[in-house]
Design a protein around this ligand. Structure first.
Ligand SMILES: C[S@@+](CC[C@H](N)C(=O)[O-])C[C@H]1O[C@@H](n2cnc3c(N)ncnc32)[C@H](O)[C@@H]1O
Length: 260
């Protein structure tokens, strides 16, 4: 990936399966957001589309004239193409490299991507060039994840430190509105909504992710491998329902903006 981007969550089979679970957990929030938008008069780009769940939602809910998912991972793109029955296009592309194919688009959407990019303000400024006049930028990211339970707290502290090392922000959903404004967009709407997500669902997502990011060079050099192993085991126990933990309070943030 260009611009020294470092996606630490990988594209292994486990990472791909995790994205299916992620899509299940966040389908209600994303569907509600998209259903609140007027139909797209033109084409739509789904940046960092992964296996294409969000790309499908955009097509189904907003009926763009064309819908293209872009992802830097060849495996994700291949899987998205194989999975979908819908008339979508998926292209292998690092979204920090411009121009976007088929641009300008009437909608540029990205879910759980900005959190993985360094220099997000610069990325947002660049993406404006791919947006048609009057087109909308729609971003969804996590603003907070709160739990009293030590295993979750430890998991979040580690991921936050790892992402911060690469100039990324695990909780960028709390800052998107100001980032968009600084990047020259005019805000149409922005919100952070809290929702309790069952601990087992969150633990399943995290336990699937931990073995991937713990192999990152910074993680290996900085974190205690034994602690991470025990943390994975504990998260698996919570995921399986053998350990009980209170729901995780998840803050989902969105921004809808247009070129100023
Ligand atoms: C957490 S997943 C989210 C997938 C999808 N948006 C969703 O919400 O289901 C992040 C995706 O962004 C992709 N990605 C990360 N950095 C990227 C970049 N610089 N350019 C394009 N895709 C990128 C990864 O390959 C991965 O598929």
């Amino acid at each position: 990936m260009s611009n020294q981007q470092n996606y630490t969550f990988g594209d292994s089979e486990r990472a791909i399966e995790r994205l299916a679970w992620l899509a299940e957990v966040f389908a209600p929030t994303s569907t509600r957001l998209l259903d609140g938008l007027s139909k797209v008069d033109g084409g739509a780009l789904d940046l960092g589309c992964g296996p294409g769940y969000t790309t499908e939602l955009i097509h189904q809910r907003l009926a763009p004239t064309w819908t293209i998912g872009l992802d830097a991972s060849a495996r994700m793109v291949e899987l998205a193409r194989a999975r979908t029955q819908l008339p979508l296009q998926f292209i292998e592309r690092d979204v920090t490299a411009l121009p976007f194919p088929a641009a300008p688009a009437a909608l540029i959407y990205a879910r759980f991507l900005l959190t993985h990019l360094t220099a997000p303000a610069q990325r947002l400024r660049d993406w404006a060039a791919g947006l048609a006049p009057g087109g909308r930028l729609v971003l969804e990211e996590t603003a907070f994840m709160r739990s009293e339970y030590p295993a979750f707290q430890s998991y979040y502290a580690h991921v936050q430190a790892l992402q911060a090392h690469y100039g990324q922000n695990m909780l960028i959903g709390a800052h998107m509105a100001e980032l968009c404004q600084a990047a020259g967009y005019a805000q149409i709407d922005a919100k952070v909504a809290e929702r309790p997500v069952p601990a087992a669902q969150m633990a399943r997502l995290h336990a699937a992710n931990l073995p991937t990011w713990s192999q990152d060079p910074f993680a290996r050099a900085t974190f205690d491998a034994k602690h991470l192993h025990e943390l994975t085991e504990e998260l698996l126990e919570i995921a399986a329902g053998r350990l009980s933990a209170p729901p995780v309070s998840v803050g989902s943030g969105y921004v809808i903006a247009t070129r100023a």
